[in-house]
Write a protein that binds this ligand. Sequence first.
Ligand code: GLC
Length: 539
Amino acid sequence: MAVKTPWWRDAVVYEIYLRSLTDSSADGVGDIGGIRSRLRYLRDLGVDAVWITPWYRSPMVDGGYDVADYQDIDPLFGTLYDARALIDEVHDSGMRIIIDLVPNHTSDQHPWFQDALSAGPGSAERGRYIFRTGRAPDQPPNDWRSVFGGSAWTQVPDGEWYLHLFAAAQPDLNWRNPEVAAEFEDILRFWLDRGVDGFRVDVAHGLIKASDLPDLSIGREDLIEPPDRTDHPHWDRPEVHDIYRSWRRIAESYGGDRIFVAEAWVATPDRLARYVRPDELHTAFNFDFLRSPWRPDSLRSVIQSNMKALDAVGAPAIWVLSSHDVTRHVTRYGRPHTSTVGPRHELPEPVDLEVGTRRARAALLLMLALPGSAYLYQGEELGLEEVEDLPEELLQDPTWHRSGHTARGRDGCRVPLPWHGPVPPFGFAADGVQPWLPQPRHWAARTVQAESDDPNSMLSLYRNALTLRHSLEALGDGEMSWLDSPPEVLVFHRGHGLACAVNLGEKPWELPEYKRLLLASETLQDGKLAPDTAAWLEV
Ligand code: GLC
């Protein structure tokens, strides 16, 4: 009897940035009711699961990644009752649901942090966070930088400093304190008991800090840059793996189908593979793929090195092109430097959206043909671009303020989705309601409705590709083998019957012999694969 592949080894998962999917309560912010109203759309699109960004009680300093109560839903998004209903409805639609777990830091409004402030220096309450005295009365304990800009330390009125690798409203927890570990085990169980299928682990590479908090001696400020060293004092410390072993045991105790996906920005594929050893987290995003320039040599080597490292530990690859943290890939691929992902201290570069869109179409067929699982970010199926001209007074990402208004941050990839109709809010919210970020008027041509009627739209390509991926045995989990090709073309086999070819060169390429063209990102030109085009072939 054939052994069934576990769902998470080849699932296509759709990231829902909750504030921006659909607003059901007429306040301009997306919510759980909004997701419930779109489940049919998601099922018809052909995704296997959804990942929902944080929905917990939060002052929303960082879009909900600042959690004040991990066991309740923020009223902006709904209630625990709504969350339960959503979990059931996702399951009834035949999909799975992954929620976001934020273990590196809490909100400064979390009762633990409030207690720590009032209990004072040396207290057990402060021991749940990372409080220290400064180097001098007005100097932080070390030179660490917040990912969002500025120092990673903030001083409290009694003179101590606390660590926050992100915003000051996101104090880092002390994961060497067993109370913290115990609390998160409770939180995991709380949600597993409510039926979620998994957790995306926020900043999975950051939980443990070197105990003597040594200076970093570099002024790194960028969220997206990988730690370029393997002895970093606060990223990718070896001790984080003990935490994940204990979490894996909890997930297994629920029957083996509940999973983790790690957000871990690390230096090398081998370091990433350590997070997904058989007794740790099940999967981890492949950010090398997302960061790779649109160049054949780079893509080929990223795919090869990551597959090799993951194969060695028996884990599937998780491919991803966009998320709520990086510049949308239609825009990235339309820039001269196609590897620039954000959060953008550099001056904006010119963007050719036509080129970017063409490459994004090819990239989809490449990604969905690779062995493993893929994550889509809401709106990429519509070909939405980064909105780079949001008015400054509306920018909300803490990066904007903490960088002294030099980095605009990540709001441009978080603009609410356009669903239907000729004018904003395009069905994102009731007519007349102002979305929390304004949508470009030209998105009238990018609504789900407009693209559904167009067989050549990005949405039609996504629907066709996902339908085919489900029906073709060769795709999903399994082996791949490269075929001989000129350096600017990537060609590989999946199983015996299927080949994927991507032309990253400047000239059309004559396809090798094949039985049938299954899908192409652009029409073939006299049987040739044009530049920036991909095809799936039956061979
Ligand atoms: C992760 C999230 C990002 C958030 C940060 C701090 O990188 O994806 O959106 O700002 O963690 O929680």
